[in-house]
Ligand binder design. Structure first.
Ligand code: AMP
Ligand code: GLY
Length: 427
């Protein structure tokens, strides 16, 4: 079986690392990939939203399965593109059709979906320039802080949490009338603030059956104590200790089942991952958001805990036979520490030479996933804000972190930055 993975982050390196171990694999390609994915397969210089070029490559290389890492091509309809081209009809796609990707691509769509299918989530109302005058009355029904969300994709920046009513109204106008987030903010969802502890659950579905993957907690802020600017994620831990069997059972009954059934009722044939961002409010789970893909860096702690052959699982997903899979999870804790370029998530420099990169799997229970790295003239250089995810495995968070720290400290590049408190709140 020939596989193409779309994307270039740590998530895609983790997928590539795992799929490369499958006995079912013939050839693995990653587009565009990074310096780490080169160790698992062949990197291909393709743009993830250039569907014509992807089609050409898939036909040339006889690709049987396409795994889409990031949300962009899904929201832009890559799956629908493949379905509508006769020559591509035998290629299996892991990632939903455009309508399914709206769970992430439109906050309003996802809130309506949850409301319709009685899935617990924060109370909300959506505003556009046409009903902006009603905003103050609605905000008055909520207590601060106020949560404002740009409807469309805004590179993870479209959510504002604001304490004062006046400021919330100003920002709402900035989003809707002054295009603060471009067209993504033409519609804004205003919602009730949920107080609790966040975690994420990942589900893989073939549209009919589903498997619940390990839970993970992401550390989104740049600085220690989860303070400072929001980032794509500075580290992750799996499993999340407070997400015990009883809690997962609640999530399955009140959220996962109604989500899968809701998709079926709306005739959205969903094949792929559903990343459910949850707030645990005193033991009751609420959905904060859906994503139509796996998380990054969550994938770097979830995938290493899966013992089963991932390619076999993905093939079963594409043939609607997930029910035949017995998903084996490794009973260890995984942690990952993201090594970032100094300055991230604001301006940072690229092309810094990276030294002391450990060979993968040389140190027991340590796995180094590359994110923003590139190979030029036989040197590995930094090529993004998040450069590596250093994953460790152990019998406790503490032991896993010790492994992550071995790699995090060993790697050298100018202005390397990482958080030293990942997982501390859970210990
Ligand atoms: P999102 O992009 O929807 O994941 O939102 C970004 C972050 O904002 C989430 O990870 C939460 O920390 C926070 N957030 C979003 N919605 C809410 C809410 N209703 N209540 C509290 N925090 C929220
Ligand atoms: N780490 C959060 C995300 O992938 O959206």
């Amino acid at each position: 079986m020939n596989v193409l993975i779309l994307g270039s982050g740590g998530r895609e390196h983790a997928f590539a690392w795992k799929i490369a171990q499958s006995t079912l694999l013939t050839k693995l390609f990653i587009a565009p990939g990074n310096a780490g994915t080169l160790e698992c397969g062949t990197n291909v210089d393709l743009k993830i939203n250039d569907f014509n070029a992807i089609e050409k490559f898939v036909l040339e290389q006889n690709i049987n399965l396409l795994l889409v890492g990031p949300e962009d091509p899904l929201v832009n309809g890559i799956h629908d593109y493949f379905l509508s081209h006769h020559s591509l009809k035998n290629v299996s796609i892991i990632g939903p059709i455009q309508k399914g990707a709206q769970l992430e691509g439109s906050k309003e769509f996802s809130k309506q979906f949850m409301q319709k299918h009685h899935i617990p989530t924060a109370a909300y109302k959506a505003f556009t320039k046409h009903n902006l005058h009603e905003a103050k009355a609605f905000l008055n029904t909520l207590s601060p802080p106020y949560v404002l969300k740009a409807d469309g994709l805004a590179a993870g920046k479209g959510v504002l949490i604001i304490d004062s009513l006046d400021e919330a109204l100003t920002e709402l106008s900035n989003m809707i009338l002054n295009q603060k987030f471009g067209n993504a903010g033409n519609t804004v969802v205003v919602e009730e603030f949920l107080k609790g502890i966040e975690l994420s659950i990942f589900v893989l579905t073939d549209g009919l059956n589903y498997k619940i993957l390990p839970t993970a907690k992401d550390y989104k802020r740049i600085s220690i104590g989860d303070t400072g600017l929001n980032t794509g994620g500075m580290g992750a831990v799996s499993p999340v200790p407070f997400a015990n069997k009883e809690f997962i059972e609640k999530v399955e009954q009140s959220i996962i089942k109604p989500t899968i059934e809701g998709l079926q009722k709306e005739q959205i044939n969903y094949t792929g991952f559903i990343f459910i961002g949850l707030m645990n409010c005193n033991g009751t789970p609420y959905v904060i958001e859906y994503n139509c893909r796996m998380g990054d860096p969550e994938t770097e702690v979830v995938i290493p805990r899966i013992n089963s052959d991932l390619l076999e699982v993905l093939i079963a997903t594409s043939t609607q036979k997930l029910n035949t899979i017995d998903l084996q999870i490794i009973d260890k804790t995984a942690t990952t520490i993201v090594l970032a370029s100094g300055g991230y998530p604001e301006a940072y420099e690229k092309n810094k030479v990276i030294d002391n990169i450990p060979l993968s799997n040389l140190i027991d229970d340590c796995i180094l996933f590359h994110s923003g790295t590139i190979t030029k003239n036989n040197q590995v250089l930094t090529n993004g804000g998040r450069v590596f995810a250093a994953t460790g495995l152990g019998t406790s968070i503490h032991k896993a972190l010790q492994k992550s720290l071995i790699i995090a400290n060993q790697i050298k590049f100018e202005n390397k930055y990482f958080r030293t408190d990942i997982g501390e709140d859970l210990m």
